[in-house]
Design a protein around this ligand. Sequence first.
Ligand code: 5GP
Length: 191
Amino acid sequence: MIENENKLILFCGPSGSGKTTIVHHLLEINSQFSFSVSATTRKKRSNETDGKDYYFLDLEEFKKKIEQDEFIEWEEVYESGFYGTLKSEINRIASLGKYVIFDVDVEGGLKIKKLFGPSLLAVFVMPPSIEDLKKRLKSRATETQSDLMNRLKKAELELTYHNHFDKVIINKDLDESLREAQNLVEKFIEK
Ligand code: 5GP
């Protein structure tokens, strides 16, 4: 069961769009926001911490949680990885009285949006172009060539869903996008 009466904020957008940077910024400037730490089977990157960026699980552990109905949503986002939002995570944040911030893929985002309705602000972060996204993913250098191709293929499809979201941020200039995101969420929680 999910017990949440507070507002929630969702950031979606293709891998490399800058949504995680935006989410980290919001978490830094406002202690009332709390990140919904997803579970994943993908390998931990060197700059990530278990329990902070993700709960890193092996496939068996992840599948057990699916069977036990512990997720509000889960996806096999890339061939190599399952990702999912745990019910316990939403309850943990609700018990702190904070606003949940999600950073999930588009399919997961649309499921979460349906689940929480008007209590949730759904923001889509777009790169200015596919070319720009390619550049960003390459410079990040966290993926293998085949992972990179998978991410780009998925990004092209995800971009077509931007009009299903409440707000769209075109991330051309990062400082500008951070300001825009801050304005949007502050206005939403003050409503
Ligand atoms: P990354 O491997 O770059 O951290 O994430 C890959 C994609 O999975 C991103 O689009 C990220 O937003 C998405 N993602 C992260 N957590 C979840 C989740 O719990 N559910 C879903 N559906 N997608 C997620």
